[in-house]
Design a protein around this ligand. Structure first.
Ligand SMILES: Nc1ncnc2c1ncn2[C@@H]1O[C@H](COP(=O)(O)OP(=O)(O)O)[C@@H](O)[C@H]1O
Ligand SMILES: O=C(O)C1=C[C@@H](OP(=O)(O)O)[C@@H](O)[C@H](O)C1
Ligand SMILES: [Mg+2]
Length: 173
C-alpha cells in the first residue's frame, strides 16, 4: 500500500453502492470521501450523462483517467471510482499500489437496483442483456485489482460498510 493516497478505493459495477458505501465508510473511519464521477462533473460543469451524449464515451474515459490519477495521488480518505475506471490498463496498474475493495452483485440484483436509469447511459437499452455483457467483461478486471471482494446482494449499505471494515480488519471494537 502506498503511504500517501486513499485509505480505501472502492471499485465495482454501476449501482453496486460505491458512492453510498464510500460515504458511510468515510464517516466510520473519520476521514473524507471523494468520488471520481463527482470530480468529473465538478470539473466539466456537466452531468455524466451529458458528457456521454455530447462528447461520447471515449472523451468521458479520458476525463475519467485523469480524474482517477489525480484522486489516487492526492486524496487520503475513502475513494469511490466509476464502474468503468478499471477498463484502463494504466489505472489497473496504479491500483496495484492501493487497498482496493471490489463491491460485487449478481445480475438480478443489478437490474433490480438500477432499472432503467437515465443517469446511467450505458443501461438505457435492454438493461438485463447489457448487465450480463458488462459483468462478463469487467468481473475479471475488478478481481484483478481488488485485495478483497465484498458481496452486496441482499445487504443494506450499512451492512456492506461493516463487511468492508471486517474484511480489511479495520473494525474498531
Ligand atoms: N446495498 C444496497 N442495497 C440496496 N440499494 C443500494 C445499496 N447500495 C446502494 N444502493 C442504492 O443503489 C443506488 C446506486 O448506489 P450508488 O452508491 O450510487 O452506486 P455506485 O456509486 O456504485 O454506482 C442508489 O439509489 C443507492 O441508494
Ligand atoms: O460503469 C460505467 O462505465 C460507468 C459508471 C458510472 O459510475 P458509477 O459506477 O458510480 O455508477 C459513471 O462513471 C458512468 O455512467 C459510466
Ligand atoms: Mg458512484
Amino acid at each position: 500500500m502506498s503511504p500517501q493516497g486513499p485509505r480505501i478505493v472502492l471499485v465495482g459495477p454501476m449501482g453496486v453502492g460505491k458512492t453510498t458505501v464510500g460515504e458511510l465508510l468515510a464517516e466510520r473511519l473519520g476521514c473524507t470521501f471523494r468520488d471520481t464521477d463527482a470530480d468529473i462533473v465538478a470539473g466539466e460543469g456537466r452531468e455524466i450523462a451529458d458528457i456521454f451524449l455530447e462528447d461520447g464515451e471515449p472523451r468521458f474515459r479520458e476525463l475519467e483517467r485523469a480524474a482517477v490519477r489525480e484522486a489516487l495521488a492526492g486524496h487520503e480518505g475513502v475513494l469511490a471510482l466509476g464502474g468503468g475506471a478499471v477498463l484502463d490498463d494504466g489505472t489497473r496498474e496504479l491500483l496495484a499500489e492501493h487497498t482496493v475493495v471490489y463491491l460485487s452483485m449478481d445480475v438480478d440484483e443489478a437490474v433490480k437496483r438500477t432499472g432503467l436509469n437515465a443517469a446511467r447511459p450505458l443501461l438505457m437499452i435492454n438493461p438485463r442483456k447489457q448487465w450480463r455483457e458488462l459483468m462478463e467483461a469487467r468481473r475479471p478486471l475488478y478481481q484483478e485489482v481488488a485485495r478483497v471482494v465484498v458481496a452486496t446482494d441482499g445487504r443494506a449499505p450499512e451492512e456492506v460498510a461493516e463487511a468492508v471494515l471486517e474484511a480489511l480488519e479495520l473494525k474498531q471494537a
